[in-house]
Design a protein around this ligand. Sequence first.
Ligand code: NAD
Length: 367
Amino acid sequence: MYQDFAAELAWARRHMPRTAKALAALPDLSQVRLACNMHLDLKMAPLVEGLIERGAKLFLTTCNPTTVQDQVVAHLVAKGAEAMAWRDMSDADWSASFDAALAWGPTHLCEMGADLTARLHQFADGPAIKAGLEATGSGISRLGGVAPRYPIFNWDDLPVKEGLHNRHMVGLTAWHTFFQTTHLTLHEKTVLVIGYGLVGQGVAASAKAYGGQVLVAETDPARALQARYDGWPVVTLDEAVASAEVVATATGAKHVLGRQQLAAMKDGAFILNVGHVAEEIEVPFLKAHPHSQPMPFVNAYALPGRTLYLLADGSMFNLTAGYGDSLNAFDVTLAVMVAGIGHVVGAGQGAEPGLHLLPEPAWRAVL
Ligand SMILES: NC(=O)c1ccc[n+]([C@@H]2O[C@H](COP(=O)([O-])OP(=O)(O)OC[C@H]3O[C@@H](n4cnc5c(N)ncnc54)[C@H](O)[C@@H]3O)[C@@H](O)[C@H]2O)c1
């Protein structure tokens, strides 16, 4: 993906001044063993390098094998991190990577999706984690079913994270990636956005900016009402799939677009996901049909009487097929994450076990 990795990394560092400032404010981390389960693309490299420079020992796993950039992992391993993550690793290897990270003996966790915490809580014993950090709505929902044995700080729900990254960047970059991947804009196309959280709100607004005629499907009545107030026609999924020409899932839930909806979709429709899990779409159902790849990241599935185009195999489209957030916007997100790590290895490890919102004094200074 990267033409000149070293140059692109230098460019990233140069455009992430808040992250650099937040890293410089961290204390000595030589007593910290941090297991990080996260997207491993270029924009995460300044974070990992900075933590290593502060003395931390790191073990890297991925929250999503389809977004791993192998060059990034190789670079970070050369810098001193341990890692078990590669692009498109098998489910068995992915699962084993969580066990490897826990067996490595972390003192702290930094997660996107709560995989390590969920795995650790399947057993009565395990490494003595002092505190953890969680970045995603999917991870926070998942932690609802766990009674954490250590404090975990949620920074997804900070307005400075979800109100900027989720709301503004995911939609913008998803449709930018759509254009780059398909060479099509959304003009004259009916775009169905499924899920109207902050991600879905941005996906809907950006779809309009890219020329689409937007419909919203949302199961939560309050969010559906909000969509109506924002001016979008709110539809049920089953009624809208037959007319939509582009369908984007943004829910974080599994099996949102199942075989029944897929079989009813319009000939030539595009399907993409920006939620945390590829299982939002019943991809195995599509894969059971004959298919070809007319363009990179575009798979054409021949269903009876129709061809459907699945983008990036249903994984997080903006990260798998595109670059994700702009560097300047992600600089805010990453700086807050660095500040969150500072809190988790400091005052936060004295908090009660359970889920906490990352307190404002911990991150405000990085803005
Ligand atoms: N692609 C990216 O770069 C990126 C970045 C940030 C977050 N995310 C992910 O995007 C997803 C959405 O994030 P969010 O902050 O908007 O979450 P959210 O939980 O606030 O919103 C999700 C919405 O989807 C709705 N929903 C759930 N099941 C549905 C269904 N079957 N049909 C219609 N609506 C349904 C929910 O009611 C909710 O309003 C999460 O998985 C999150 O991790 C992706």
